[in-house]
Design a protein around this ligand. Structure first.
Ligand code: SF4
Length: 423
């Protein structure tokens, strides 16, 4: 039985653990898992730490890592994974496309105890591309790839089932600038156009559900038609795909399979809330996993910032899971420093949204008190990146000063504290 099926009658250990970590009622959480409004991606083969994503829980952050054809440094990817866990990533996706993809995935799964996600269509498409062309990928390639990842213990998988012959027609009729920017989405759009056949992941969705039920992995219903620029945001092609994903969420729940929905992309600030509300309505409250969203197209090198701005707005509107964006987005494969910048930026967005939702200002209060007390060790303990805070404070710091080099001996906190004491 899947976790969702068990949740229909029992507060399972996983649900109990998440309820404790999140400070919510186990019975309430059980109902939300049973109804699909919360997912706990957890393939029993990997047995990761339970992490709840969805309604009434803290906003979660995912980190993407992985090799590319041009950059195959497996140890480097493992270091990124360790760094991501050290700085509080809630989940991690291995998007490797270079080197021995199977071996890399298995090493990363072994290395981390947080939920792992993959996009199996990448491997199927790459195999076909190396033999002839992506569009020669077979249906068996697609499904065998998914089963292989499931057998390895992958907890959630991005599957682009919402790209259908109809949504491709919507795309063809659209006025888009950047058409398709999703790698997996591009494989399937090209496959449908070339083969003039329906997307096997949609056509045989029940078979996919059988596999997900057998291995109890969570479906991350991919938004292959997500907007790759502000101009294309919230257009008919994107919304058409979302409606299809809503149908698939419904079918997944009937089958006892956990499903979340992936979301955009590049979206102007004033359209983000509408995108979230639309997903929550059309997809019956399914957890929403958004990439960014990026609120401008003009900031390459700073897309961790544009993504965090959009992520905060989306999370405030009800999105549940933020896929981080690094400064390397649109430019190159991220290195360790990029991974950290991207993760911290998204963690800030998630935390800010949690505070606005009335969850967890205690840490901020502890930081404020530590600042009041000029208790630097306490400040470093509460900081989202203690090492950076410590490094910055050390810059130009005069050992005799209780404050920092910003104001030196005219430290406002110190001055007022001394005079308030005299009262
Ligand atoms: S020196 Fe200025 S910036 Fe530094 S702790 Fe004091 S008031 Fe704050």
């Amino acid at each position: 039985m899947t976790l969702m099926q068990r949740a229909r009658s029992t507060v399972t250990d996983e649900i109990g653990a998440v309820a404790k970590a999140e400070g919510v009622e186990p019975e309430l959480l059980r109902r939300r898992v049973a109804s699909g409004r919360v997912v706990i991606p957890m393939n029993p083969i990997h047995a990761c730490r339970p992490c709840g994503i969805g309604e009434g829980l803290g906003v979660k952050v995912n980190v993407n890592i992985g090799t590319s054809k041009d950059l195959v440094d497996v140890e480097g990817e493992l270091e990124k994974a360790r760094l991501a866990m050290k700085y509080g990533a809630d989940a991690l996706m291995d998007l490797s496309t270079g080197g021995d993809i199977d071996a890399i995935r298995r090493r990363i799964i072994k290395e981390v105890d947080i939920p792992i996600g993959t996009v199996p269509i990448y491997q199927a498409g790459l195999k076909a591309a190396r033999e002839s062309a992506v569009v020669d990928m077979t249906e068996d390639d697609m499904f065998n790839g998914i089963e292989k990842h499931a057998k390895d213990g992958v907890d959630f998988m991005t599957v682009h089932c919402g790209i259908t012959r109809q949504t491709v027609e919507s795309l063809k009729r659209s006025q888009r600038i950047t058409d398709v920017v999703s790698r997996g989405g591009s494989f399937l759009v090209a496959w449908i156009i070339h083969n003039e056949q329906e997307n096997p992941l949609y056509q045989n969705f029940d078979y996919l559900l059988d596999m997900a039920r057998k291995y109890d992995f969570t479906l991350s219903l991919g938004d292959g038609l997500r907007p790759g620029c502000l101009h294309d945001a919230t257009d008919r092609a994107q919304v058409h795909e979302l409606i299809t994903l809503g149908e698939l969420v419904h079918r997944s729940r009937r089958a006892g399979v956990q499903a979340m929905v992936e979301g955009p992309g590049h979206v102007p600030m004033d359209q983000i809330e509408a995108n979230v509300k639309l997903e929550k309505t059309v997809c019956e409250g399914a957890p929403f996993y958004v990439l960014g969203p990026l609120v401008t197209d003009i900031a390459p090198g700073y897309d961790h910032i544009t993504g965090a701005i959009g992520g905060a707005i989306a999370a405030r509107a009800g999105a549940d899971f933020l896929c981080y964006v690094t400064p390397a987005e649109h430019l190159c494969l991220p290195d360790k420093a990029d991974v950290l910048e991207g993760l911290i930026a998204s963690k800030i967005a998630a935390h800010a949204a949690d505070i606005a939702a009335g969850r967890g200002m205690q840490r901020d209060d502890r930081m404020a008190q530590a600042r009041k007390d000029l208790d630097w060790e306490a400040m470093f303990r509460e900081a989202i990146d203690p090492e950076k805070a410590r490094r910055y404070r050390a810059r130009g710091h005069n050992e005799d000063s209780q404050g920092c080099s910003m104001c030196g001996d005219v430290c406002a906190i110190k001055i007022v504290a001394e005079h308030l004491k005299k009262k």
